[in-house]
Design a protein around this ligand. Structure first.
Ligand code: FES
Length: 105
């Protein structure tokens, strides 16, 4: 199991907003919505689109390639053409620091 790694300050990402980070060789998207931070692997399960370039709408992110939507908290694939969920990474906030723990299971 990976360690939690500091990736940002809470004020670095607007709410609502998102930002791409490289953490332990993973490209991940950190979301800030409604005061909560969540993190997904930057990969659409349909055909590898970069979710970090997608449109954030409430608690969903739309893949910029063919429009599949994913839940930003659960990674659940919500619409076609994606049928598999994407990887969720754990996030914790301590003070003004945001940490991500890579899910490498
Ligand atoms: S690669 Fe994301 S919807 Fe096709």
């Amino acid at each position: 199991m990976s360690e939690f790694i500091k990736v940002a300050k809470t004020t670095d990402i607007p709410d609502p907003g998102k930002q791409l980070f490289e953490v332990e060789d993973h490209l991940v998207v950190l979301f800030h919505v409604g005061g909560t931070f969540t993190c997904l692997e930057d990969v659409c399960t349909h055909d590898g689109g970069t979710l970090g370039d997608g449109l954030l709408d409430g608690n969903t992110i739309a893949c910029p390639r063919h429009g599949a939507k994913f839940d930003i908290a659960s990674g659940k694939a919500l619409t076609m053409p994606a049928t598999e969920d994407t990887i969720v990474h754990k996030v914790k906030v301590e003070g003004d620091a945001v940490f991500v723990q890579i899910n490498d299971d």
